[in-house]
Design a binder for this molecule. Structure first.
Ligand code: URA
Length: 228
């Protein structure tokens, strides 16, 4: 956003008044005097005018172990949301960097940094997402081959990236996919008449849930924030 627009809206000034005010050198952006109305202000830039803080935000990055039954949404009339599990005064600023369906548990990332969530979720970034999958029947070799080759998803008009399948038993596997289509894992198995009975996301890119208990969350480390 332009600095003059920010001044106008937060100090209720008109265009000319804001321009004159900026010229009095009373506005600081990240501690440095700024007089140019067309200066671009980022979401996390700190803006002060006459010592009064007009904008100051801290980037937040959280991983949550979403329990089954909780919805990946910021508001919901019926069900508990992932946001309600984040007991922080800034929880309301967060948005989801990728969703899990209500009956899937595991790693969900929440942030107020749009660039970070895009880096995790844009299809062209091909960020790996690893799931533990349990099914109601055995997975045949032709299903594994199809997953590893990539499958057409007619609704979206795309073919999935080749997945990585680590068969743990005839009815369970660790599956890594590289996109996040709606109900993707369940739809992949259903194509072969197999129902997924339990689905749990262990990791997204370099972010690993490890032993974080269901319903618990933690902020990402500086290193985890670097490479999505
Ligand atoms: N695939 C699914 O079917 N559900 C999820 O929540 C994530 C991937």
């Amino acid at each position: 956003m332009r600095l003059d627009r920010l001044i106008q809206s937060s100090l209720r000034m008109g265009t000319r008044e804001a321009r004159h005010f900026l010229a009095t050198r009373k506005v600081k952006v990240n501690g440095i005097v700024e007089t140019m109305g067309n200066a671009q202000i980022g979401y996390f830039d700190r803006v002060e005018a006459r010592g009064e803080v007009l904008q100051a935000r801290t980037p937040r990055y959280v991983m949550l172990h979403k329990p089954i039954g909780v919805v990946s949404a910021t508001t919901d009339l019926l069900h508990q949301t992932v946001i309600e599990l984040i007991r922080e005064p800034w929880a309301g600023e967060l948005h989801l960097a990728g969703r899990l369906d209500r009956f899937t548990s595991g790693l969900v990332v929440l942030t107020n940094d749009g660039a970070f969530s895009k880096a995790l979720t844009l299809p062209e970034k091909k960020v790996p997402k690893t799931y533990l999958v349990s099914t109601d029947s055995d997975t045949p070799p032709e299903a594994v081959s199809a997953f590893e080759k990539g499958m057409p998803f007619a609704k979206e008009g795309v073919t999935t990236e080749p997945a990585i399948v680590d068969q743990l038993s005839p009815r369970s596997c660790r599956l890594t996919i590289f996109e996040g289509k709606h109900h993707q894992v369940k739809r992949m198995f259903l194509r072969f008449g197999i129902r997924v009975v339990a689905l749990h996301r262990e990791s997204v890119g370099n972010l690993h849930l490890n032993d974080l208990a269901a319903g618990m969350y933690r902020e990402l480390t500086a290193e985890e924030r670097l490479v999505p």
